[in-house]
Design a protein around this ligand. Structure first.
Ligand SMILES: Cc1cc2nc3c(=O)[nH]c(=O)nc-3n(C[C@H](O)[C@H](O)[C@H](O)COP(=O)(O)OP(=O)(O)OC[C@H]3O[C@@H](n4cnc5c(N)ncnc54)[C@H](O)[C@@H]3O)c2cc1C
Length: 242
């Protein structure tokens, strides 16, 4: 598929979501309604390298399609400190103009059979595409009837991104289970990595689709574990951040 042309986006608002993660609201002045499918991402061009393709960084769209020209990104400040995300943290303020293109990507919700459960498995900002999907279903009145499990892995309590919003959705939709787990802080919820959380539910769900999003270690291990549990590759959908 041909790549979409570059266009300018303007940073409208920056909101902290956790100590290491910000929400960025971008407006696309040359577009009336930015059309995308939940799960897709955009690519931004950052002035951090002379070589063009070394300046590009991709970010999942965290908001639902709204018929407007504003989208939300959820960006964690990663190490090393001279990387693209560090640049964003230092330089993206309200009014900053950002070259971007998109939407791109095929990490979108597979069609579900009536008896199929959907597992959304992520760590950190890997929740962004899932937040877009959940908000889209909620806002458009199309929340699926099938069981949906969102398994979110973070280190500490403060890393739980969009926590109150996700708990609110779980209260409203009984078929939706929000299952956060923390690896480095004791609390009254699940502890450890995501695997110990989804595996007990899998045994009750032979018919399921899995969407996994985040950094390589978690994505690879989840995929291998699901294959070892007997799931077919076609049931496993991945978005690898790096
Ligand atoms: C399709 C797609 C969608 C993406 N969506 C998002 C998004 O919504 N939000 C977001 O924050 N990032 C997202 N990313 C990652 C993003 O594109 C950058 O890779 C990220 O911001 C780090 O870039 P950097 O230049 O700061 O660091 P780099 O110099 O590119 O990375 C440094 C190294 O650290 C690793 N790394 C970076 N951050 C982490 C982390 N938090 N945990 C573990 N390892 C890490 C990288 O894999 C790399 O090896 C996405 C990537 C892809 C491909």
């Amino acid at each position: 598929m041909a790549l979409l042309p570059w266009q300018s986006a303007i940073v409208e608002q920056v909101l902290p979501e956790s100590p290491g993660t910000n929400r960025y609201f971008l407006r696309l002045p040359d577009t009336q309604a930015f059309d995308f499918v939940p799960g897709q991402f955009i690519t931004v061009d950052l002035p951090i390298h002379e070589q063009r393709n070394k300046r590009w960084r991709s970010y999942s769209i965290a908001s639902a399609p709204s018929g407007t020209n504003t989208i939300e990104l959820l960006i964690v400040r990663a190490e090393p400190s001279e990387g693209g995300s560090a640049y964003i943290w230092e330089h993206w303020k309200p009014g900053t103009v950002v070259p971007m293109r998109g939407p791109q990507g095929t990490f979108t919700v597979p069609s579900l059979l009536p008896e199929e459960s959907l597992f959304l498995i992520c760590t950190g900002t890997g929740v962004a595409p899932f937040r877009s999907m959940l908000q889209h279903w909620h806002q458009s009145g199309t929340f699926p009837q099938q069981p949906i499990y969102l398994i979110f892995g973070g280190r500490r309590r403060e890393d739980l991104l969009y926590e109150s919003e996700l708990r609110g959705l779980a209260d409203q939709y009984p078929q939706f289970r929000y299952l956060p787990t923390l690896s480095r802080e004791a609390w009254d919820g699940a502890m450890g990595y995501v695997h110990a959380v989804y595996e007990p539910y899998c045994s009750q769900c032979p018919s399921a689709q899995f969407m996994i999003c985040g950094w390589r270690t978690m994505v690879d291990e989840t995929k291998h574990r699901l294959e070892a549990l007997g799931y077919d590759r076609k049931q496993i959908h991945l978005e690898l951040y790096g």
